[in-house]
Structure formats: C-alpha cells, structure tokens
Design a binder for this molecule. Sequence first.
Ligand SMILES: C[S@@+](CC[C@H](N)C(=O)[O-])C[C@H]1O[C@@H](n2cnc3c(N)ncnc32)[C@H](O)[C@@H]1O
Length: 259
Amino acid sequence: MKFKSALSRLLPNSVLRWRDASKDIGGMVFDADSSIHEDIKSKYNFDEALLELFVGNEERPVHKWHHYIPLYAQYFSRFRASPVRFLEIGVFRGGSLQMWRKYFGENAIIYGIDSDSECAKLNGLSAQVRIGSQDDPEFLRQVVDEMGGIDVILDDGSHQAKHQIKSFKYLFPRMNRGGVYMVEDLHTSFWRGYGGGYGRQSNFFGFSSDLINDMHHWWHFNRLKHPTLKDMCSGVHIHDSIAVFDKGAVYEPTHSMVP
Ligand SMILES: C[S@@+](CC[C@H](N)C(=O)[O-])C[C@H]1O[C@@H](n2cnc3c(N)ncnc32)[C@H](O)[C@@H]1O
C-alpha cells in the first residue's frame, strides 16, 4: 500500500491514467464504533423508511454503498404505494428485489433481469425475474412489453460501460414520461476492466456529458450525438457513482423580465 502511494507521487498523471485504476474497496469501511444505521443517519441526515428496510433486511443479501440509500429515497419515494412499474437490471441473490417490494408495496409491478440463469429460482418471490442480457434489445423489448411500460429503472447489472449505454439507449425512450432512470456503481467508469478509464469519452460519464451537451443544443451549433434522447431527457443528476435521468417534456427556454 505504501509502495503504491509512493508510486502515485512519483509518476506523472499521464502515466497513472493508463494504469488500471480499479480500487481495492475493501478498506472503504465506516467507523467501527458506529452502526450501519448510525453511519447513514449521521452522515446524510437520513432516517426514512428505506433505511429501516435496508438495515433490517433478512434472508436474501443486499449489498449497497451507504450514500445510495438516501439517494434512492430522493428519487424513488414519490412512486411508493403506487402501481409503479419498476425494473432492476442485476438481480444477483435477490436481496434488492426483496427490499424494493417492501418499499414500493404490493401494487408495484417489479421485474428484475439478470444474465445468470441461477437467478431464475428467485422468480415470483418478491418480483418477476427474467433471464437475459441487458445488452440484448430483443430481450429488453420482451421485458418492456410484458411489464406494459416502465416508470423506474435501476441499472445495477454488468457495470460494463458498453452495456450501460446500450441499455439506456434502448430503454430510456420506452419509459413512461415522469419516470426516472438511475445507473449505479459508476465508479466503474474509471476502471478499464469495465470499459472505463479516467476522462474516456466511451465510459458512461462520457456518454452522459454528450447527452448534457445535446440537451443544451439551443446554446451551441455543434453536432448532436443523441438527437432523439435530448428531446425526452428533462434533467440529469450526478452524485458519487450514481447518475439519474428524468424522462420528461422538454421545451425551448423562454424568458421574461417582470415587472
Ligand atoms: C451487483 S449484482 C446485482 C445486485 C443486486 N441488484 C442487489 O443489489 O442485490 C450484478 C448482477 O448483474 C448480473 N449481470 C452481469 N452481466 C449482466 C448482463 N449483461 N445483463 C444482465 N445482468 C447481468 C450479474 O449476474 C449479477 O447478478
């Protein structure tokens, strides 16, 4: 570890950028005297129902970065106790689907997709589970059709930049207006093993910045990269490792001076 940080001081950034910067997350733990509940509550001033559901989760494991919990509530809480159509990409051991069922309630239409056929055994427990890859448009089409539309998407799947972008390009246009699309674990955008790398335009942040540029097309004359997406994305929110996109109406800005 000491050798690694000494190396970082010695090598110029241009060289460091080409290393595979995949970070060892093992050391990113909270204060041993605290608890999960206390860590989230004290750092993020958050004490809502989702916190109880996360810390009290039993049976099927769910692994989340602590700062995600208040962010989920910030963007998803308005869909609670409604017949929201929620899709999670990446099921793993089913813990998050279990948590989402408790959070959104019995009226929610919850689907999870995963490329691992083992996840099929979780089908029907908390949610519907379908097996296929997030980069397969035909598979995604079947899932969207079966769900009858989608309001909320959470991409916690392969974390490969190409997959994240391909899923977004296919699914975002098919979401209902008023919906939100969240992509998590975007620290992988900096890791070459996931098709990322610092400042690379091909990672998910590069894709997002192209979309942000296109959303501002009124203000410049540069070539559009995502001409159709810009007309349906009414907001982009960036947090550590999380990007959220609002599906909404977009209007050319107008202005007034009053009185
Ligand atoms: C981080 S885990 C999901 C964890 C789960 N959301 C939770 O919080 O409990 C990622 C999952 O994505 C799945 N996955 C990997 N590549 C995929 C792909 N191309 N399409 C769909 N799922 C994929 C893996 O099999 C794995 O189960």
